[in-house]
Ligand binder design. Sequence first.
Ligand code: ZN
Length: 420
Amino acid sequence: MKAILDHIGIAVRDIEQALAFYRDALGLEVEAPEEVVTQRVRAHFVPVGTSALELLEATAPDSPMAKFLEKRGPGIHHVTLRVEDIRAALAQLKSRGVRLVDEEPRPGAEGALVAFIHPAAAHGVLVELTQKHSTGPDLRVHRFSVGDLQLTILYDGPFKLDGGSMFGIVPRALWEKQAPPDDRNRIQLAMRPMLVEAEWGRLLIDCGAGDKLTPKLQDIYGLDRSRSLEVALQEAGIASDSIDTVLATHLHFDHFGGATARAGESVVPRFPKARYVIRAAEWEDATHTHERNRGSYVLDDFVPLQHAGVIDFFGRDQTIRPGIRVMRTGGHTGQHQIVFIESAGKTAVFVADLIPTAAHLPDAWIMGYDLFPMETLAFKKRFIREAIEREYLILFEHDPCVAAGYIREKDGKRFVDPLA
Ligand SMILES: [Zn+2]
């Protein structure tokens, strides 16, 4: 098992006196206190690099923390190790006869799962295991309406990309709290194509990575095909042959790989009755790659569509179907576009790789993958302002946890108010 030091818990009698040392004398920054009601403690986190110190104060005289202080006095209370799969870690320890306090993980702060190992097994140290983001990516089908349009957020499974590449110039010390990397430096992401249903038909925006990637690439990108678009469509009760339009934000494999599928020796359109709507200039870029973008475009994802004669190319920003409008952002790719879904005065925007996750709200948090980051910056600054002012519902295609929400701003800080 791989484990990272998450934090060290320190029992203190008086938190203000403790802060006089940790905050004032040492000069460390202290996060706001958190009251853990069930444990009857108050916890102050003091970040130190990639881990933290946790100052713990009892809030009731009969709490476990108060008893610890009575018996042992102030000092180190526990050591917390972060693991990727807490259940697997517990099973491994159990198989080696290690005495556990918790045989099953229980919920901790901020959606984490935690379990304690008995101090007798760890040479006098209380060891806590924790697994962050216990829920994993949100791979649920979400249905809601925007005016007269019915929207269904689908999924094509979880995937992972290099954390550094996902945040460009932003140092890991800043992004790793929001997107904890695994032991291969990858962060958890999701792929969420979206279906729009209206009286004019059924239109799918993007279609995930699909099932053509080799096992080696599936491993590199952390794909889990048991939660593919196939499964999502079944769950939503949508037959593949009932989709009449497939619209691409751009032709990268994680957005349009699912446009085609293998059929024996050949590769064919994945949606047999659909017209595929593609921006002509994006097609030009995708079929004339250079060293910098070659890894992102896979010809088999889209060239077979041309052979099958199912593509409708278009040139400029326009309305694709009533209420469905595309707008070129550039930046990520030269022709990357976002999709406005508008009906009865309401607007939702499928932002694709302009704002891939809710962690990318600050203007400068731009992916290293972007070919023209200054173009991303210019568009994004304007767009986010507009999205806040006009209350656009934002659809985050790659965010592991937040599928959709409204961008808000308070005291200069942006955050997402997730769609319930
Ligand atoms: Zn992407």
